[in-house]
Design a protein around this ligand. Structure first.
Ligand code: HPA
Length: 286
């Protein structure tokens, strides 16, 4: 079997990537933002930018999915030094779970303290509407249940402990700050909170699967984010996450609705400006 989880890369691989980047950037980021499907516009808000295509960064994985640009953008967002991942890596692309999370450990070595994750997700909570923005307050790591946890393998103590706590994964202070920001920005009517469930994809859920997820207490389902959050918490980053509800998950056998990537991208387009406003104001107030 090929190396899994933490055995996939050596500490020195992450270090080499971080050193390569540090030699080429003027300001060290304190905040990293991972942009979900169709939400890469956030990176355009940065000023004094320096960008690197993933393919040019030593040891960095490459992204293949439509709606993900594939570059790392360094710059200032409202005066705060940030790095934005325009395009993330997904398990369904064929990347192993350690590769999906590779950038997060690099961010840690760059001096990043806070990770902000955004994603597109299907709404399971019947009160949610398409276009709602859900603060992630907890997650269900389905690939983890099946042994696909990025922390499997020999633990690298320089990053974190063998058995990290996950019951406090999402920062409560940042969630409170976002509630204030949403009020101030007139976005409170569509800001929700809930539990994000990750399935590996690339298939959308069957009706029966969606019913199971709802029964388990999930409010939204998507194909990303959780591995990055697990690795971020392992190395002590503070985490804040937002899911844009791009579609309602189909719960009824008579429904004519069918989840599709086009709808996901269209909803992302519709809400991208609101999402950018919320994230940039949050970063400003942090
Ligand atoms: N299911 C899984 N992932 C998704 C969905 C969905 O309905 N919408 C956007 N990403």
């Amino acid at each position: 079997m090929s190396a899994i989880g933490q055995d996939r890369y050596k500490y020195e691989d992450y270090e080499a990537t971080a050193e390569w980047l540090l030699a080429r950037i003027q300001i060290q980021p304190k905040v990293a933002i991972i942009c979900g499907s169709g939400l890469g516009g956030l990176a355009d808000l940065l000023i004094n930018k320096t960008s690197f295509a993933y393919k040019d960064i030593p040891n960095f994985p490459h992204s293949t999915v439509q709606g993900h640009a594939g570059q790392l953008v360094f710059g200032e967002l409202k005066g705060k030094p940030c790095v934005c991942m325009q395009g993330r890596f997904h398990f369904y692309e064929g990347h192993d779970i350690a590769t999906v999370t590779y950038p997060v450990r690099v961010f840690h070595l760059l001096g990043v303290e806070t990770l902000i994750v955004t994603n597109a997700a299907g709404g399971l909570n019947s009160k949610f509407k398409v276009g709602d923005i859900m603060m992630i307050i907890d997650h269900i790591n389905f690939p983890g249940f099946a042994g696909q946890n990025p922390l499997c393998g020999q633990n690298e103590e320089r990053f974190g402990v063998r058995f990290p706590c996950m019951s406090d994964a999402y920062d409560k202070d940042l969630a409170e700050l976002m509630r204030q920001v949403a009020k101030e920005q007139d976005c409170a009517s569509f800001l929700r909170q809930g539990v994000y469930c990750m399935l590996p994809g690339p298939t959308y859920e069957t009706v029966a699967e969606s019913k199971i997820l709802q029964l388990l207490g999930a409010d939204a389902v998507g194909m990303s984010t959780v591995p990055e959050v697990v690795v971020a918490r392992h190395c002590g980053l503070r985490v804040f996450g937002l899911s844009l509800i791009t579609n309602k998950v189909v719960m009824d056998y008579n429904s004519k609705e069918c989840a599709n990537h086009q709808e996901v991208l269209e909803t992302s387009d519709m809400r991208t400006v609101d999402l950018q406003r919320l994230v940039s104001r949050l970063v400003e107030k942090m």
